[in-house]
Design a protein around this ligand. Structure first.
Ligand code: ARG
Length: 601
């Protein structure tokens, strides 16, 4: 089975073909005017124009062919040639029954599954995450869940930033504090102690200190640079220390990500491709892809028309559409972000063999990825069309500028989670929804509400736009929020429990009332929403769907009595069954968004 829109599109397409016209005119969608029809096909206008026919006359020919379908109650030709389709109540009931029994709750599957790597999260070891890292985590994790749900073979990789200057800063900061440690003895080749010499608290204290100092103290900055260079060159003590920093950071990251139910299949980082870099550079030099440029090794990735010099009105020469070269090795002989990303592509191709790699990273890194992708294409690792940068907008404060803490610093994910947890817990008490729930359960619910609030607030926006961070609005049980959706799900669960207590058993679904029809039509839109979200890599389509579904349920709930005295038993049984189907799909949709509803709230 599939959704009704797809079933009807098949019928319509066949009807156009029978008239000697292209099948693509048979596309069907839910009606823009639900008061007139359930579905509509707008193909007659275009098809008639192309074939030199009268659109209404064409529509009049097509209509009876659609009408003949078992699910269709009636078809009307409207306006210049719209086909308005109303389906039978029985067809809607059948559809709801199928969705209830379907593992994917009517969400469908992709025609052609792909092997996909999703590169997301991207936190930097020891550096505090900023809210941009939150977006990457939540959007990336949702895309992983979505693609997996639809049948793709997905690997999520955190791609830790663990190879940059911050590691050098930490090495010297620890050295100054604990100079006696074996890691600083250049003659030592190990083994080194397995216990880390620092905790996460130490790292959080040392990194900002060292970072600030390096900006004021040139000698200090130089020492840090030298330490990174030595670490990258393979000095054993520094490598051992790097591994400790990574382990300590990863343990902390797992807690913060866990709060948001974000997970990764691979915890690889930039440092993991280090062994691949030297041979890669050799290969690219040998094959003539890399060329020397003022002491550096670069790959020219500009296309024709880019990097064209223009002379402005002021007589100054400027570059039009600048596309700087891909920097394989810089003039100091060091490799950086370009090289690690290219080597990572090579590694993924060799070890995973993906059809596609998606990068969920801040829009501001667009140029970097364009350079990396073009280089990958040129040297033949993975072609440009299989590499997608999924950028996202910034999270802003009320002032419209990128969000900062009250103290003006970057917000740590751990603090953000804590803030959301406090706000959510406060709200639970406030609405009085918690009833006689004990403190332990209340704490668990608080976490679920906080997670729903943060994730939904982020995901409901079109990925590429900015949004304003407003915890009070995000945690509200009213409006288009995560907590509202939890409330909807919890209400359904409570209703089902009450029905069970009263001995009402879900029975055959019958669809009669207008609100029941609308509710089933909402259910029927799930497959399209998921399909769009996957195609455009935009989770907000899933958010729109679950929100619309909850609203349709709300309208049904107020218009159609379910367990009230006097409602005939078949109707009770049908409505409870429908409620169960809605909950099934709502939980599937929320699951894709990484949101879990509690049993009660
Ligand atoms: N660590 C980077 C940052 O904080 C993000 C990494 C994104 N992924 C990648 N393959 N470059 O900006």
């Amino acid at each position: 089975m599939t959704d009704l829109a797809t079933q009807l599109a098949r019928v319509c397409s066949a009807a156009f073909e029978a008239e000697g016209l292209e099948s693509r005119w048979g596309a069907v969608k839910q009606s823009d005017r639900p008061e007139l029809a359930d579905f509509q096909c707008n193909g007659c206008m275009g098809a008639a124009k192309q074939a030199g026919m009268n659109p209404r006359a064409l529509a009049a020919k097509i209509a009876p062919m659609i009408d003949a379908h078992a699910s269709v109650d009636r078809v009307e030709v409207a306006g210049p040639g719209f086909l308005n389709i109303v389906v039978k109540n029985d067809a809607l009931a059948e559809q709801a029954t199928w969705i209830g029994a379907d593992d994917r709750a009517g969400g469908g599957m992709v025609d052609q599954a792909e092997k996909v790597v999703v590169d997301f999260g991207g936190p930097n070891v020891a550096k505090p995450m900023h809210v941009g890292h939150l977006r990457s985590a939540v959007i990336g994790d949702t895309l992983v869940r979505l693609l997996r749900f639809l049948g793709d073979d997905v690997t999520g990789d955190v791609h830790l930033g663990d190879w940059g200057l911050q590691m050098g800063l930490l090495i010297i900061a620890v050295m100054d504090e604990q100079p006696g440690l074996p890691y600083f003895d250049a003659d030592q080749s190990g083994p080194f102690p397995s216990e880390p010499p620092v905790s996460m608290d130490d790292l959080s204290r040392l990194y900002p200190m060292a970072s600030t100092r390096s900006k004021e103290d040139e000698t200090y900055a130089k020492r840090a640079q030298e330490a990174v260079a030595e670490m990258q060159a393979g000095r054993a003590g520094y490598r051992a220390l790097l591994q400790h920093f990574i382990d300590v950071s990863v343990a902390a990251l797992k807690i913060d990500y866990g709060f948001l139910d974000v997970s990764f299949d691979l915890w690889k980082g930039e440092s993991d491709v280090d062994p691949l870099i030297a041979p890669m550079i050799e290969e690219l030099k040998e094959k003539g892809f890399a060329k020397q440029d003022e002491g550096a090794w670069i790959i020219d990735v500009a296309k024709e028309g880019e990097n064209v010099e223009t002379v402005g009105k002021d007589g100054q020469t400027r570059l039009k559409n600048p596309m700087p070269p891909f920097m394989l090795v810089n003039s100091r002989g060091a490799t950086g972000y370009h090289a690690t990303d290219l080597a990572t592509i090579k590694d993924r191709v060799e070890t995973i063999g993906p059809d596609r790699i998606l990068y969920v990273v801040d829009q501001r890194q667009a140029l970097h990825f364009e350079q990396v992708y073009r280089a990958s294409d040129q040297v033949g690792y993975l072609s440009r069309d299989r590499l997608e940068h999924l950028g996202f907008g910034t999270v802003n404060g009320a002032d419209g500028k990128p969000f900062k803490t009250r103290e003006g610093g970057t917000l740590r994910l751990a603090d953000l989670n804590q803030m959301a947890l406090e706000e959510a817990t406060r709200r639970i008490g406030e609405t009085g929804l918690s009833g006689d729930i004990d403190d332990e359960e209340k704490a668990e619910i608080g976490e679920l509400v906080a997670r729903a609030a943060l994730r939904f607030a982020d995901l409901q926006n079109q990925r590429t736009t900015n949004y304003v961070f407003d915890l009070e609005r995000f945690t509200s049980f009213e409006g288009k929020t995560g907590p509202y959706l939890l409330y909807a799900a919890v209400r359904m669960k409570a209703l089902l429990r009450r029905a069970a207590d009263e001995g009402v058993v879900p029975g055959d679904i019958r669809v009669e009332a207008a609100e029941e029809r609308k509710l089933v039509l909402a259910l029927d839109g799930f497959a399209l929403a998921l399909h769009l979200a996957r195609e455009k890599r935009m989770p907000h389509f899933v958010c729109e769907h679950v929100y619309g579904l909850s609203q349709a349920f709300s309208a049904f709930y107020s218009a159609c009595p379910i367990l009230k005295d006097g409602v005939e038993p078949e109707k009770k049984a049908s409505r409870i069954a429908l409620c169960k189907v809605v909950l099934h799909q709502l939980e599937a949709g929320l699951g894709i968004l990484g949101i879990t509803a509690p049993e009660r709230m």
